[in-house]
Structures are given as C-alpha cells and as structure tokens.
Design a protein around this ligand. Structure first.
Ligand SMILES: NC(=O)C1=CN([C@@H]2O[C@H](COP(=O)(O)OP(=O)(O)OC[C@H]3O[C@@H](n4cnc5c(N)ncnc54)[C@H](OP(=O)(O)O)[C@@H]3O)[C@@H](O)[C@H]2O)C=CC1
Ligand SMILES: O=C(O)[C@@H]1CCC=N1
Length: 263
C-alpha cells in the first residue's frame, strides 16, 4: 500500500509511527510545509518527506489528510485535478463533513471520514469511520489501515462529532484522570515516578479487565469494594464531589463546542 499523510503534525505523525511500527505500508509520503521537524522519520527507507503535496498525491493510492480544518479547503482545491477515482481519500479533520469534501473533489471519489486518536502511534487508537456512497467500496482499506493502528468501528457520519469527543478528546480526559491519581498518590507518600507508574498500570489493568471479561464496570467494582471498607468510602466521597457528574458534564461541554466549530 502506498500511503500519503498530508499534514504530518501531531496526529499525522502518530498515524505515521503506528503504520511504520505495524509495517502496514510499502511507501509512506509525509508532507508539511516545514519538513525539518520530520527528521526523525529519515531513518525509515519507506518514508519520503516532502512539502510538495502534489508529488505525494501523484504517487500514493491512499491519501490521509491531517491538516487543521482551516487549511483543508485550500489544500484540496490545489490538488483536486490530481485526485482520481482510484484514490482513497481519508480525512481525520474534525468537523469537516463528507458533503463539503464531495463539493470540492466530486461525488465520484472514494471519501472516508475518520476519527482516530494519538494512541495510533502505539497501535491502540480507537478509530471511528464513515464513508460516502462511492467510498463504501473502499471501507475495507480504511479498516485495514486503522486496525493496524488499533481498533476501528464504522458508524453513521452524524455520530462522528460525538466519537471525536469520546475517543479523540478522550485521550486528554483519561490523561487528566491518570494525572489526578498520581497527585493523590504523591500526597500519600510515593515518589512522583512511582506514583505515575502505579496510576498508569492500575488504569491499564482496569481497562484490560473490562476488555477481556466483557463485564460491566460495576460488576468489577463490586469485586473490589469490601463492605464497610476503604474502596466504597473513597468512591462515595468521589461521587459526593461530583466525579461521574463532572465527567458527563465535561463530555457534553466538549460536544457543544465541537458543534459550534463545525464547518
Ligand atoms: N491531535 C489530535 O489528537 C487529533 C486531531 N484531529 C484533527 O486532525 C487534524 C490535525 O490535528 P493536529 O495533528 O493536532 O494538528 P497539527 O497542527 O499538529 O498538524 C497539522 C499539520 O498540517 C501541516 N500543514 C499546514 N498546511 C499545510 C499544507 N499546505 N500542506 C501540508 N501540510 C500542511 C502543518 O505543518 P506545517 O505548518 O509545517 O505545514 C502541521 O504540522 C485537525 O483537523 C484536528 O481536528 C482529530 C483527532 C485527534
Ligand atoms: O481539540 C480538538 O478540537 C481536536 C479534536 C479532537 C482532538 N483535538
């Protein structure tokens, strides 16, 4: 597979690292205006760094667009004449609808809108995808790519904004929970590096328990909470302070914001 990532910034580089790690690509073009910051990728034989988007489009079969929303129209307009019906266009750009992409490149192109997260770099992204009518034929290609970077799920386009909040912004939300746990552990006397390790591995263990058992979180909570013990004491205090409520409210605030900035 010959892939181009147009706009190799934070998310684009995460995707690139994941693709290189999983050896999913034969050739990988990485583009941005200032390619000096991509020097770390020079060690890979399959990587070609360029600031020439047209060169990347001409030479790749799959085009992953990972630029900021405000740059996307102009970039698409510029490379539009080079896009063929064989290209698979994958956009990871927040709030930029399939309709809007079709209006620029045409309905007869394979367009897949997706929402991965930065855990793509370590093969653990949760990626949601939707395709236009023509692109449905190529969804399997997008799934192959995103499954090599973690797990993927095809959803209706109307749900992509919500998926952005839960999965893409979600990485930041979970990081903050891990950091808060670390702060608590330091207060209880652990060194910062120890505290970080304890918080991280416990978080990983909790997610793995759910993933492997298929159980509801409350079922696992019941296995931990000794009646009259310290876990239920802590959990109830967290709920009195609004733990679940603050998370749900934060998710809703994020969703309101994403709908305001929608293109
Ligand atoms: N970060 C995240 O976790 C997530 C981001 N997204 C979406 O992904 C997109 C990218 O986000 P993010 O990676 O954070 O943003 P960044 O700003 O880090 O990356 C965008 C990159 O695009 C490059 N760029 C700008 N203009 C051009 C051009 N004309 N040709 C080629 N490259 C260009 C910039 O580099 P230079 O200036 O050198 O050209 C920059 O590195 C956004 O639309 C965002 O909404 C979606 C999910 C998660
Ligand atoms: O914060 C943002 O708006 C983008 C979308 C999800 C992750 N980063």
């Amino acid at each position: 597979m010959k892939v181009a990532i147009i706009g190799a910034g934070s998310l684009g580089q995460s995707i690139a690292k994941g693709l290189l790690k999983s050896k999913a690509v034969e050739t990988l073009y990485l583009t941005k205006r200032n390619i000096d910051s991509l020097n770390d990728f020079n060690v890979y034989n399959e990587v070609i760094l360029t600031s020439d988007n047209k060169k990347a489009v001409k030479n790749a079969d799959v085009l992953i667009f990972a630029v900021q929303p405000r740059h996307f129209d102009r970039i698409l307009e510029n490379i539009k004449p080079l896009i063929t019906e064989n290209h698979v266009i994958i956009s990871v750009i927040t709030g930029f609808s399939i309709d809007k992409i079709e209006a620029i490149v045409g309905h007869n192109k394979n367009i897949i809108r997706s929402m991965p997260n930065t855990a793509a770099s370590v093969g653990q992204s949760m990626t949601c995808i939707s395709a236009n009518t023509k692109g449905k034929e190529k969804v399997s290609i997008a799934k192959t790519i995103f499954n090599s970077l973690g797990t993927s799920l095809e959803i209706p386009e109307e749900q992509l904004q919500a998926a952005t909040v839960i999965c893409a912004s979600g990485i930041a939300f979970w990081m903050r929970l891990i950091r808060a746990t670390t702060q608590g552990a330091i207060q209880l006397g652990f060194e910062p590096d120890e505290a970080h390790k304890l918080a991280m591995q416990t978080c990983f263990g909790a997610a793995t328990l759910l993933k492997e058992s298929g159980k509801h979180p409350e079922a696992e909570i019941d296995r931990v909470t000794t009646p009259g013990g310290c876990t239920i004491e802590g959990l109830n205090e967290m709920e009195h302070q609004g733990l679940s409520s603050s998370l749900i409210k934060g998710i809703n605030a994020s969703f309101e914001k994403i709908n305001q900035i929608k293109k």
